[in-house]
Design a protein around this ligand. Sequence first.
Ligand code: GDG
Length: 462
Amino acid sequence: MNRLVIVSNRVADLSSSAQAGGLAVGVGDALRQRGGVWLGWDGQTLKYEEPPEPRIRKIGPVTQATIPLTQQDYEEFYLGFSNSVLWPLFHYRLDLVDYKSDFLDGYRRVNGKFADALLTVLQPDDVIWIHDYHLIPLASELRQRGCTQRIGFFLHIPFPPPEIMAAVPKHRWLVESLLDFDVIGFQTNTDLGNLQHYVEDQLGYQMNGNRIKIDDREVIAGCFPIGIDVDAFNQMAQQGNEEVQIEMHRRRVLGRQQIIGVDRLDYTKGLPDRLRAFGRLLELFPELRKNVALMQIATPTREEVEAYVEIRKELEALSGAINGRFADFNWTPVRYMYGTVPRDALAALFRASQVGFVTPLRDGMNLVAKEYVAAQSIDNPGVLVLSKFAGAAEELREALIVNPYDSDDMARTLCHALTMPLGERQERQQALIDRIRKKDARWWLNTFMDALENNQYTPANC
Ligand code: GDG
């Protein structure tokens, strides 16, 4: 088996249980299974350039190789082009794009820096798997430096339609760079279709099945929905967490149900709309007041980008307004927490909540939806309420699917979920757990590796 070298913007601390972020969870699960090297930014910003050699640290079967960035890199590449241009744009939020030409220079420069660092650790038989929107030009940078290994790319976030892509400055260059990979992986068929439209209509290439012919090369473009380690998460949920158990017991005595939401505090996750829908539930169904609460955990992220500061203020105001309007001396309708919770407590909270409320306005996949399903017991499962704009909705068809822009639809669906009979809950749970088991973390790794190492890809898998 070839050595696997993974590259992503950040390298997660595999020894910590408080990781927040889907890429860290997904890639961490995959690397623990197969072993290999993981190269990325160490999170440090320096005033001066350092030599390209990364710092090496071994954790079990994984070698972590990390590099620092300069303050300028951080501002232009990370906060700038990656998170103020590509992130909003790929999530269909043209209104939030904040572009400056320095950002693009920084984006190119840092991709070159990643290529230089990678070359110092690469061996001839390695296979390279690059992750996410920060590193789209990396294959092209590596090829320019003579790298001949197979290189794959997985996009964790949506790939927008050509009309939206056209708003990225130098979008043609960006998509041409994407085609320098040997395998390009997307979360959903919608994303894959959007790439196909772009390459056929804008670049004039033909996609035959899942292959795009470019001169004498062939690129595989496929759909590889990311999965989780279902058993490990279920076990964590079963083992429980003492504080969560006590809290659950208290709620049982009071006959109260809990709706749970867990997200990075990102404007793509639809948090204000979610809180408004919960407020609408209490308005439309007064009999539910004092019988249900929403627990929303919002994990800090990208706090230096202005749009994130705004949404935090908005959420604090909204949760305050709902509580001010509906709370009683012995009932708080919204429990809003801005912080990070250990993963085992999260798993136990999912299991102890009657509804998983996952309503992004746009999301590549959304692992929280899969984790909520994995955490349930089949004896008395909760109900997943899922936005139709999450990539996960393409697979998880037995969830209650909602339009996150329609508060009344969400409120009624929440009421349906809270009152659903046991038999129907069990049927839905069984179907959902079968789906996430079939396409779990191992499936994701193996199907991608099959395409990358063996040039094999069967779209029927999707
Ligand atoms: C990107 C794409 C795609 C959250 N809060 C805490 C915590 N988390 C964990 C969750 C979950 C992960 O972070 C979040 O993953 P998501 O998939 O929901 O979302 P993104 O971070 O936006 O991930 C997404 C993903 O990449 C994978 O490809 O699904 O569409 O946007 O695992 O449980 N974990 C802990 N404490 C928290 O407070 N421990």
